[in-house]
Design a protein around this ligand. Structure first.
Ligand code: SF4
Ligand code: MSK
Length: 633
């Protein structure tokens, strides 16, 4: 009956990524409908009001589709295009902030339980624990590790519900930036408060000055970057280890024909860490052998994948656009998901195979999936249960097609690692990087972050990264963009040969890839800290907005990407997004983000469509910053 369900999927989709197409055109995948097919059928033109941010459905007098400059085309309540676009934008930021921060909340709760000795995890990075304690205003003196961890966890938890004052990590930003935030009144008070207030202020009939709404969007986004995301990154590092350079592999070819394949998908590393422990348990391996498998092969998808790739070197099978394709290999016994970026189509696809889709977070269930609730107190027990379910599926495997494609990568470039490789244990500093920017060997730094997207089939990330490194721009990357760049071989030290002469010299001296994988979506907070360290080191101005640095998300899909973009811009780093942008149907609102923000925050949003446009904006911006610093004429 599964073949009936999927009998007319239109055949082999004409997607550009060759490995994905290769799998979708093989026998096991035949008749299975994926997003690649749906995009083809649906066409590329969505509703322009929705896409450009001027459709309001915030009350039941609407939906109102608004045309800027046409008097009779304002909302029934009188709302103008700029107000509606700003409200919609702010709500996207709130959703993105909520997602990263709810992830952080889970991390903090697991951290507290770990400090109490109630989980199988440990406090691994005690140095970072002490550093974070100091940032959180806790005196680490005369406290044992568990006691200190408990205090850190409880202080971190209080950051969510704080109503007044400011988030602790705000103090980590350059002094000048903090002053700008103070003056503008955008210092986030508490993480949850900023999300709630943004939702309230964008309700019908509340905040109706678009500039005022955008200001709250900045405050909310800062609660993400310097709040939720940063807490998630730092506490995960303390609990699971701060990433160090690690060699591993990416792409669908990491699935193994002779092993029980379990893919872990979503964003939170707590379950994936427990699964990694369970997969190494000799008893579990013996059970896998009993059913004819050689063992358990864990592989990542999306950012849960990035979390365990960064810390454990566990391979990544695929990025966001490859989640369904991984199932169509017929080789996956279980796809274990937690939260965010998980497609509802997965259980339907799994029904064509022997695969079980297992949801684990009590915040996220999917019809057709099995729900195995995860509880960090029983982490190992739950993980073993899940692995055993996968083992039981192995003998039911049908036809399998695993592509050969896989690529070696070096990941694990936490801010601490970047610091360390520049001077070893005793002389760790950003000075060598700053010096190489000052002497012109490195033109500047660019971040390529965010999702991949079914509507954009070109390898924009790859073309863009190649252009940037050829122009001596060092590239940092996170999220699914990192996986795509890994697939293309740009995360290996050998790719240094594609870099311009100056950058290549620097990379060869330290044995680094030209594109540094800094982690998952929440780990964009590592980029904020790296930028701050560059400022503190000296020679490149007094604020993040002075640095010859810029970010981009050329294939963004998730609301989280907009929250990330807004916190980068509010922190002084311009960003380029595309190929569409959610305010373009209001010129006034777009002008605020694309022009006025530069006057206010020293950074702005840009829009680009193709890789060459992204590259030219980014290189041009870096050159302008260099000029302003007096580094170039
Ligand atoms: Fe229309 Fe105003 Fe209601 Fe929005 S809030 S749907 S613009 S009446
Ligand atoms: S997983 S948010 S598709 S990067 Fe972080 Fe990938 Fe974007 Fe999800």
């Amino acid at each position: 009956d599964t073949s009936k369900r999927f009998k007319s999927n239109g055949g082999c989709p004409s997607i550009q990524c060759l490995v994905n197409r290769e799998v979708l055109c093989q026998e096991p995948a035949q008749g299975v409908t994926t997003a690649a097919h749906r995009v083809e059928k649906r066409g590329a033109t969505p509703c322009l009001f929705g896409q450009g941010g001027t459709c309001c459905r915030n009350c039941n007098m609407g939906p109102c589709q608004i045309i800027e400059g046409v008097e009779e085309m304002i909302g029934i309540c009188g709302a103008t295009a700029s107000t509606v676009a700003a409200r919609n934008f702010a709500r996207i930021v709130a959703a993105g902030t909520a997602s990263h921060s709810d992830h952080a909340r889970e991390t903090v709760l697991a951290f507290i339980a770990t400090a109490k000795g109630e989980t199988p995890y440990e406090i691994k990075d005690t140095l970072k624990l002490r550093r974070m304690a100091a940032w959180l205003g806790i005196d680490p003196a005369e406290k044992d590790i568990q006691q200190l961890a408990l205090e850190v966890g409880e202080t971190a938890l209080a950051e969510f519900g704080k109503q007044e004052g400011s988030l602790h990590f705000i103090r980590r930003a350059p002094q000048k930036r903090q002053e700008i935030w103070q003056e503008l009144g955008v210092v986030p008070r508490g993480i949850d408060r900023e999300v709630v207030e943004t939702m309230h202020r964008t309700h019908m009939g509340v905040d109706q000055d678009f500039r005022h709404i955008f200001r709250q969007a900045a405050r909310c986004a800062l609660a993400d970057g310097w709040g939720g995301s940063m807490l998630a990154t730092e506490l995960q590092d303390i609990m699971f280890g701060t990433p160090v350079p690690i060699r591993t592999v990416v792409n669908l070819g990491v699935l193994k024909e002779d092993m029980v394949n379990i893919t872990v998908h979503g964003h939170e590393p707590v379950l994936a860490e427990a699964l990694a422990m369970a997969a190494q348990d000799p008893e579990i391996i013996a059970e896998a052998k009993k059913v004819g498998a050689k063992g358990i092969n864990l592989a990542g998808i999306c950012c849960t994948g990035n979390e365990i790739l960064m810390r454990r070197g566990i391979p990544i099978a695929g990025s966001f656009v490859q989640q369904e394709i991984a199932l169509t290999t017929g080789a996956v016994e279980a796809m274990v998901v937690d939260v965010q970026c998980v497609m509802q189509s997965l259980p339907e696809i799994a029904r064509c195979f022997h695969t079980e889709v297992i949801t684990t977070s009590d915040r996220a269930e999917i019809v057709g999936a099995t729900h195995v609730p995860f509880d960090h107190h029983r982490a190992l027990e739950v993980a073993k249960d899940i692995v055993r379910r996968a083992i039981a599926r192995f003998p039911k495997r049908g036809k399998v097609y695993i592509p050969k494609a896989k690529m070696d990568v070096v990941a694990g470039f936490s801010h601490e690692t970047i610091l360390y490789i520049q001077g070893g244990r005793f002389r760790a500093s950003y000075k060598p990087l700053n010096d190489n920017i000052i002497n012109g060997r490195i033109l500047g730094v660019a971040a390529i972050v965010g999702c991949d997207n079914f509507r954009i089939q070109d390898e924009v990330h790859v073309e863009l990264a190649k252009e940037l490194i050829a122009n001596n721009v060092l590239v940092l990357t996170t999220g699914c963009a990192a996986t795509g760049l890994g697939r293309a071989g740009l995360l290996s030290p050998e790719a240094a040969e594609l870099a311009g002469e100056g950058l290549r010299e620097v990379l060869e001296a330290v044995g680094c890839p030209p594109v540094l994988h800094m982690g998952s979506c929440v780990d964009n907070s590592r980029i904020l800290i790296a930028a701050t360290e560059m400022v503190r080191t000296g020679g490149l101005g007094e604020d993040i907005s002075d640095l010859p640095a810029i970010g981009c998300a050329p294939q963004w899909m998730s609301e989280k990407a907009i929250a990330i973009g807004q916190y980068f811009v509010a922190s002084g780093a311009s960003v380029v997004f595309g190929p569409t942008f959610p305010t373009t149907k209001s010129q006034e609102a777009t002008d605020h983000l694309f022009k006025e923000m530069e006057e206010i925050y020293g950074a702005r949003w840009f829009l680009a469509k193709e890789a060459k446009d992204f590259a030219s904006i980014m290189i041009d911006q870096i050159r302008q910053k260099r000029k302003a610093l007096g580094l170039d004429k």
